[in-house]
Write a protein that binds this ligand. Structure first.
Ligand code: TYD
Ligand code: MG
Length: 457
């Protein structure tokens, strides 16, 4: 038994990143956000004056006697989710599934629960945002009606803990952690203190009983409710669910993963019957490609450690009247576009500074990989010159301010993916190693790349 005497303490917590300050500040010193600090009352651990050791929960044993496989994950049955988890959910682990509202978190959680229930796990879904009827309608859509899957609509922490006691589930989903409240604590649902304390309660149950806990957390851009970032250190795994709501594509990234690699990516499509695994995203991205178009070229990017082929497109049109030239990008950083345009001007003698320039990556993917530089530059030049690039070409490499083409990370894996999808020629940096199944055409700089593709000299 542990006996403690605890005083409460007032602190100011940032609703965006969870950092604490002893007094109110206009700007969070951790994340730099403005007006995000709110007053919170905490149990002050430094005020614990007496601590008596209770019955130990574990016994020291030789490390060699620990079964390394006891911590192996249990597959959720959702292929792309298991890929990101490196096998599945580990017993006693807490996973935070974070994403913007409407992205599909509840759908993904329900599909995983449905599959796990089918394979014999006892599953409990605590729906704190939606009624049981709404959950039932979604379950009909995604076919998750296993008898082992129980649902309860509850928001109060003590009631939820009582249900966990009653049901003794193997897997628990809390949807969402921001709507659960502990009536003992000050602050409303979604406050940093509430979210943190409630998450901590579930983490304690998980560690004690081996329960698999999945917490659904909303991320909002303005940070008005406790951002899941304030939970990052409390949970074992953080999965970010992202995508453009106007596209069907959804990407799942592990931001933190205590039991495996964070270098993974899960790809889904949101369909009428829920989320579908996309085992071959490259083929999906290129499905509607028309290679004869000008301003289009394919490049293998690296997303979450996974090579993916995407089509980069550019359009260059004369600016109307006296309006300043427009620069519009989709899925590409606009600063990167400006930089490459300047390099094209100075090092490639192709001037598009006085025209409207549009650049995008088809399919709703957001690319931060600088390996896209060469392809984007060639797409811009092709759009400007009005000539299309050969259809079975890819281009991969970073571009420096001198117009030099540099090796992108994991080059051979990128080219292998291009070869797998039938591309036969690759414009690559001089230092690039040869890859089987695809001809490498090395170039020193963009001027050389432009002449090889027939756009220059
Ligand atoms: P939801 O899982 O409720 O998102 P979140 O929990 O992250 O807020 O899903 C939101 C969207 O997904 C909603 O706009 C409807 C769409 N959707 C489908 O297109 N197909 C489906 O089968 C389901 C269940 C939802
Ligand atoms: Mg939801």
């Amino acid at each position: 038994m542990t006996r403690t005497r605890v005083r409460t303490r007032v602190v100011f917590a940032c609703t965006k990143c969870g950092a604490q300050a002893p007094k109110w500040l206009g700007r969070c010193v951790e994340c730099g956000a403005w007006s995000t600090l709110v007053e919170e009352t905490f149990n002050d651990p430094s005020s614990v004056v007496l601590r008596v050791a209770g019955a130990p929960e574990d016994q020291p044993i030789p490390l060699a006697q620990v079964d390394p496989n006891a911590g192996a994950g249990r597959p959720s049955g959702v292929v792309e989710l298991d890929r990101v988890l490196g096998g599945g959910f580990v017993r006693g682990s807490v996973t935070l599934l974070a994403g913007e509202p409407g992205i599909g978190k509840s759908t993904l959680a329900l599909q995983a629960l449905g599959r796990m229930a089918e394979s014999g796990y006892r599953c409990l879904l605590v729906s704190a945002e939606e009624s049981k009827e709404q959950v039932r309608l979604r379950a009909d859509r995604v076919d998750a009606l296993a008898s082992n899957l129980l649902v309860v609509s509850e928001t109060s922490l003590p009631n939820v803990l009582a249900h966990i006691d009653d049901v003794a589930p193997d897997v628990l989903v809390i949807d969402s952690i921001q709507t659960i409240v502990d009536p003992e604590l000050p602050g409303g649902a979604g406050s940093v203190a509430q979210v943190r304390e409630c998450a901590q309660s579930f983490a304690r149950v998980a560690k004690k009983t081996g329960l698999i806990v999945i917490l659904v957390g909303h991320v909002t851009k303005d940070g008005s409710i406790a951002g899941p970032r304030s939970l990052e250190h409390l949970v074992d795994t953080v999965l970010a669910f992202e995508g453009d709501r106007h596209h069907a594509l959804r990407m799942l990234y592990p931001l933190k993963h205590r039991y495996g690699s964070t270098n993974e990516l899960g790809v889904f499509e949101m369909r009428d019957g829920g989320l579908e695994d996309v085992p071959d995203p490259s083929a999906l991205f290129l499905a509607d490609r028309r290679a004869e178009l000008t301003g289009s070229i394919v490049t293998p990017i690296l997303e979450g450690g996974r090579p993916l082929l995407v089509e980069v497109q550019a359009l260059v049109v004369p600016t109307q009247g006296d309006a300043p030239p427009r620069r519009t990008t989709q899925g590409i950083d606009s600063g990167r576009l400006a930089l490459l345009q300047a390099v094209l001007d100075r090092r490639g003698d192709i001037r598009i500074g006085f025209a409207d320039v549009y650049a995008s990556v088809a399919g709703g993917v957001r690319v931060v990989d600088p390996g896209i530089d060469l392809a984007l530059t060639l797409a811009l030049a092709s759009a400007h010159m009005g000539c299309s690039l050969p259809p079975d070409f890819v281009a991969v490499g970073e571009i420096g301010l001198g117009g030099e083409v540099r090796l992108a990370s994991q080059h051979p894996r990128r080219l292998a993916e291009a070869a797998r999808l039938g591309f036969r020629h690759a414009i690559v940096p001089m230092s690039a190693p040869a890859v089987e199944g695809i001809e490498s055409i090395p170039v020193r700089g963009i001027a050389e790349a432009l002449s090889i593709t027939g756009m220059y000299n």
